[in-house]
Write a protein that binds this ligand. Structure first.
Ligand code: 2PG
Ligand code: MG
Length: 554
């Protein structure tokens, strides 16, 4: 492809063969031209050369198409039936100019008898789309003025999460514009998290969310309806209507689903990408992929909850995804060979849940998978110890061995020596600010020491941790705090302190990919989004792949 040259696709029928070749020779001097050939004498509705020329334009492989045929009348009509094609039959430079300026024509049709074909082609290619653009802008302005900017309705319903448990889905409306959002749910939730409201009783084993749904429909909705779709302001209303420090009146599952639907609605009404509304960082995160599940997320004996793969050496999110997926596949083969097929059953977050107890074994297995997949140089490893659940009395228990807090810190240091560890989440219990600070002092210059249950995305607890240098990274989970505004504020505080931010899913998820947009908006270094398997996990990978494509296309 010629650098900076305009790519043009070209084709003709039997009658246009000679003129096409003439134009081809002419265009080749200045442009990158692809000749899709010539069709024979017999008549066909959509001959191959025309389809392929139009297809090149629609797919973006070419910027313009040129079709040379008979009188050109039939061809211009049929080409215009193809979605994305605006074909114009031009007999003079003036018509070429008008077709470009007014209708942004992208396929030039020429009759085989056309005089001045080179001149016409030149004018067609060099005339920008101006009149029509102004016209479209005017139309858009009118549409904007008419775009409904007030919330007409907010309602909620009970749907299922990835563990088959009920969760809250909120639906927000402004006129004809509608958005949906669903609350995720943790299994190893921290005690300081905002309250997830469940019904109790027999239905759904007590996990029903009809009370939370009712709270959206009969308390939040009447307080928000009719207000401007300004998500931050609407979040403040939610906070004041709830009026409790931990969302115990309305339920954080009700408030977060509503808040997410409202942010999405504002993005939709304003015609913005969600990530651009959430923040202006526009930075792609590195995935933190949970390849081996343990703890409360799996039916095995691994004490640590998550063994993470961090492809930090990838240059793009799509390269990182490739590394994650290929390593996941290699790991599957290794587990199958070593422990049999049952070892490749997966846990809540899509990672494998092999029948292991040895806490180091998963680190060895993932390292081996990385070697096999040829990605060892591009990736590091991470752990989510979820250590609140390892604390028995005053000691942490792993593989039935007891560790006092300082001995546990030494244990982590030995793991970091042995393996390419870059990340340890919740190495100590959820109130152990001092123990976190000890480890951050020991390993913080090389590793991310991440606070999850310790911080619960709560700005007060984050401030305490910043003051005491307890961590150097925040795990950001919007449902731990209950509104998107508060989650963004937590991210801002962490960034301001020079910490890393890890935007995270929950073990119970839906296909809602909202957190992917948060990660890009706040400029999170990592997105903890599970293994590259199961729809509720891949929805986050896939949303990030789409966002990266958009950002790279700018
Ligand atoms: C965690 C999360 C997500 P859960 O501890 O980081 O991986 O687990 O959602 O069960 O709290
Ligand atoms: Mg955690």
């Amino acid at each position: 492809m010629g650098g900076g040259w305009v790519r043009i696709a070209l084709g003709s029928d039997h009658a246009g063969f000679e003129l096409k070749n003439k134009i081809l020779a002419y265009l080749k001097k200045k442009h990158d031209v692809h000749d899709y050939g010539t069709h024979g004498a017999e008549p066909v509705d959509y001959p191959d050369y025309a389809l392929r020329t139009c297809d090149a334009v629609v797919s973006g492989a070419a910027v313009f198409g040129v079709l040379v045929c008979g009188t050109g009348v039939g061809m211009s009509v049929s080409a215009n039936k193809i979605k994305g094609v605006r074909a114009a039959l031009c007999a003079s430079p003036e018509t070429a100019k008008q077709s470009r300026e007014h209708v942004d024509a992208n396929v030039l049709v020429l009759a085989s008898s056309t005089k001045d074909a080179e001149k016409i082609t030149d004018v067609f290619l060099n005339t920008p789309f101006t009149q029509a653009e102004r016209h479209v802008r005017r139309l858009r302005k009118v549409a904007e003025l008419e775009a409904p900017s007030r919330l007409s309705s907010l309602r909620a319903r009970e749907v299922l999460d990835s563990r088959g448990a009920p969760t809250v889905e909120a639906e927000a409306w402004a006129g004809q514009w509608r958005t949906l959002a669903a609350a995720p749910s943790g299994a190893s939730a921290g005690v300081h998290e905002a309250l997830e409201l469940r019904d109790g009783g027999k239905r759904y084993f007590g996990k029903g969310v009809t009370k939370a749904v009712r709270n959206v429909n009969s308390i939040l909705s009447p307080s928000l309806r009719g207000k401007h779709v300004d998500a931050r302001a609407l979040d403040s209303v939610i906070l004041s209507v709830d009026g409790t420090p931990n969302k115990q009146r309305i339920g954080a599952n009700a408030t977060i689903a509503s808040s997410m639907a409202l942010w999405r609605l504002q993005a939709l009404v304003e015609g913005k990408a969600l990530y651009a509304l959430l923040g202006d960082a526009r930075r792609m995160p590195c995935p933190a992929a949970n390849l081996i599940n343990g703890g409360m997320h799996a039916g095995n004996d691994l004490d640590f909850q998550e063994y993470l793969l961090l492809p930090v050496g990838a240059r793009t999110f799509s390269e990182a995804t490739e590394i994650v997926s290929e390593t996941y596949r290699a790991l599957k083969g290794i587990l199958e060979k070593k422990y049999g097929r049952g070892a490749t059953n997966v846990g809540d977050e899509g990672g494998f849940a092999p029948p292991l107890k040895d806490a180091e074994a998963p680190l060895e297995l993932i390292s081996k998978a990385l070697d096999e997949a040829g990605h060892a140089k591009k990736a590091k490893l991470g752990l989510d110890c979820a250590a609140s659940r390892l604390l028995k009395g005053n000691a942490y228990v792993v593989e039935s061995k007891k560790y006092a807090p300082d001995a546990f810190a030494d244990y982590y240091a030995s793991l970091a020596k042995k393996f390419p560890l870059a990340y340890i989440e919740d190495p100590f219990a959820e109130d152990a600010f001092g123990e976190f600070a000890m480890l951050t002092k020991m390993l913080g210059s090389k590793l991310s020491i991440v606070g999850d249950d310790l911080l619960v995305t709560n700005t007060e607890r984050i401030k305490t941790a910043i003051m005491g240098s307890a961590c150097n990274a925040l795990l950001l989970k919007p449902n731990q705090i209950g509104t998107v505004s508060e989650a963004l504020e937590a991210g801002r505080l962490a960034k301001e302190a020079g910490w890393k931010v890890v935007v995270s899913h929950r073990s119970g998820e839906t296909d809602d990919s909202f957190i992917a947009d948060i990660a890009v908006g706040v400029g999170a270094e990592f997105a903890k989004i599970g293994a590259p398997a199961r729809g509720e996990r891949t929805s986050k990978y896939n949303r990030l792949l789409r966002i990266e494509e958009q950002l790279l296309a700018r």
